[in-house]
Each structure stands twice: as C-alpha cells, then as structure tokens.
Design a protein around this ligand. Structure first.
Ligand code: GLY
Ligand code: MN
Ligand code: MN
Length: 368
C-alpha cells in the first residue's frame, strides 16, 4: 500500500491449465508468484484488490470464487468467500469473485495504468524470516538429494536415472515440485548450459554436471555440483575444477552488504583471468566462462529484482562460475546459494560437498 501511494492494484491468481488443451503434465496448479506473495493462497479464479488512498483510507479486498459442488467432485474442496479465508490470510474483506468485474471500476478511476511488477519485485528482492526459512528448507532438500545421488552415481547409469534419483529425494522430503527442469549433463553434455534432455548413458571417466533445485513453499533452490562418474577426478579435470572452485570462493568472500552483482562478477572474472595460467590454452579460462556469475534466487529460480541493486541483508543470490571446453567435452560448474547477512554472507547450500577431495571421499566406495 505504501508503495502504491495513491492507486488501485489488481492482482489475479493463476489459471488452471486444461488437461485437454494445455500440457499440464509437467506441473500441477502453481499459483501466480505475486498473488501468493501477498496472500499465501492457491486459489484459481481469485483476485486481490489493493486500494491505496492519499487520506490513508486504504482497502484490501480478496475476491474468491464461490464453491462449486459439481467441480469439487473432480478436483476436491476449494476455499470459498467465507470467514475461513479471512482466518488464513488476515484479509477481512472477502467477497465473491462474481462481484469483481462490476466493483473494481468503482474503487476510483485510475489516471493511468502501470504495471505493478517492479514494485512487488522490489519487495520480493529482500526476503523476510519466513521466506528465508522456506529457502533454507528447499536448499536443504536439494543438497540432501545431491548427497544421496553422489552415493548412487556410477558408470553405465543413464542421466535420466540420476535425474530420477535426485527428484525422488526432493519429493520424498516434501518438495512440491522442481524449481526448474533438472540439468544432468555428463561428458560432452556438460558444456550445454541448460541441457535438460538427460538421455545419455554416463561413461567411465566422465564428469556429470548436476544443476538442480527443489521447490518448497513456493521458494526454490538452485545448486550445481559437478562430480566424476567413476568417483575420481582425473588430474586434468581436477585442475580445471579447482580453478572454478577458487573463483567461486573469491566471489563468495566478496559478498556483503553494499556491493552488487556486477561487482561480484568482476571479482570472479578477474580472479579466473589471473589464475588461469595455460589451463585453457592460449586464451584465459574467462573466455570459457560463458554466462553470468549470479542471479537473484527466490520464488523464481531467476528471481525478480533489479540486477544492479546494492546487496542488503535478506537478499539471496547464486554464485555459479563455470568453465566449458567443448573441444574436450569438459564442462564444470559449481553453484551455491548465498544469503546476504549484516556481517557478510551465509552459504545456504553448504550441505553438499564442494571441494574435489570431499566429493571423492563421499564417493570413495565407488572407485573401482
Ligand atoms: N539452474 C539454472 C541456473 O543456474 O541459472
Ligand atoms: Mn543459477
Ligand atoms: Mn543452476
């Protein structure tokens, strides 16, 4: 309301996808992020109306569809415009959705239309305690599943088997869905940044890039671990791995209030350039670090919020350098989720080992 100043905001909920005309098999009903952020509800056909007035007579109205006993036989009980909605949301003024079209114009004629997205994005960028708790849970589910997968991976396994092992770990621990399609790229597939076909049989000596994230309570993790399928890095793989890891550590060490994502990106690229030696041939390895270092993380994997914003406590970002050498079929990415704290930062995804030797120790029983 304070950000609106004087105006009316209408935030609709998401649409149910049709089993006949859409392809809903990849995902069940997922609420519109901004609607969920403001209400905590999953209710198709609803709208939240916020009326901010200069004189302070602000109004919040939640429009919910009336219950439909026939539809409920197919899809189960729904929340109707009843006192239960007030109890769940704290919004006192709850009305039937059938009134919305007629009533919304009466809250006051807007002078101009503007998108609310930027204003809500600014709110979503700084996470409160409840949001951080959800993120912690999503990230812990993810790192536990990666730890489990590390014990299961072996040459001859298909990428999709590893994908299924990880995703079973997510669901078994309460994740509602994936934050994004799982990327399981072994050998040459590791150089394709968003490879999610996951159809190759993993070979002895391959590395496998596992870039995955469970979603819990509408917040998603985004963690990448690159591991050797046979349980041991080759000397060459380890040398490139250690450069990616040290680059990541240099960037993480620089995370604190007041800096920003472009500055962290420079820290990482400067570090990688200075420490490349001849590891990547004539060019430095920065030429093979072909994506950005960081993005915001939250309800969306690439979460909303200005890329240039100064870091403040409560913001959550990924730090994910990589080196991709297509000529060698060698791709390495390491990605962690980092919370900005008043003192600096906290790595939320430290539950999955990152150092090459720690990964090998985890997998030691796999070594032939
Ligand atoms: N998993 C997608 C990304 O790291 O940006
Ligand atoms: Mn990411
Ligand atoms: Mn990722």
């Amino acid at each position: 309301m304070a950000k609106l100043g004087n105006g009316i905001a209408v935030i609709p909920s998401a649409r149910v996808r049709s089993i006949e005309s859409d392809y809903p098999q990849d995902s069940d009903y997922r609420e519109n992020n901004d609607f969920f952020y403001l209400t905590g509800l999953e209710t198709p056909g609803a709208s939240l109306v916020l009326v901010a007035r200069k004189d302070g007579r602000n109004q919040a109205v939640l429009y919910l569809p009336a219950r439909d006993t026939v539809a409920e036989k197919w899809t189960g009980p729904k929340l109707g415009p009843e006192p239960e909605a007030t109890r769940l949301t704290g919004i006192e003024d709850v009305r039937a959705a059938s009134r919305a079209a007629a009533e919304i114009p009466r809250y006051g004629a807007p002078i101009r239309m503007e998108s609310l997205e930027g204003k809500i994005a600014a709110l979503r960028l700084v996470k409160d305690g409840d949001e951080i708790a959800r993120l912690r849970r999503a990230i812990t589910i993810t790192t536990n599943a990666l730890d489990q997968a590390m014990g299961a991976v072996r040459p001859g396994m298909w990428e999709y088997e590893l994908e299924a092992t990880i995703e079973y770990g997510f669901r078994r621990h309460g994740a509602e869905r994936l934050g994004f399609p799982s990327i399981i790229g072994s050998g040459p597939n590791g150089v394709t940044l968003h490879y999610d076909k996951n159809r190759r049989k993993m070979q002895p000596g391959d590395l496998v890039v596992q870039d995955v994230g469970a979603e819990f309570g509408y917040y998603t993790a985004d963690v990448t671990r690159t591991i050797p399928v046979s349980g041991r890095f080759t000397e060459r793989q380890r040398a490139v791995y250690d450069l990616v890891l040290a680059t990541q550590q240099a960037a993480i060490d620089a995370v604190r209030p007041g800096t920003d994502l472009p500055a962290l990106n420079r820290v990482a690229r400067d570090y990688m350039r200075e420490h490349s030696g001849n590891l990547c041939g004539a060019a430095t390895c920065v030429s093979y670090f072909t994506h950005g270092l960081s993005h915001w993380l939250g309800m969306d994997v690439h979460d909303v919020g200005s890329f240039g914003a100064k870091l403040q406590p409560g913001m959550v970002l990924t730090v994910e350098p990589g080196i991709y050498l297509p000529a060698e079929g060698l791709g390495i990415r390491i990605e962690d989720d980092v919370l900005v704290t008043p003192e600096g930062h906290e790595i939320l995804s430290s539950g999955a080992p990152r150092k090459a030797t720690e990964i090998e120790q985890f997998m030691v029983h796999k070594v032939p």
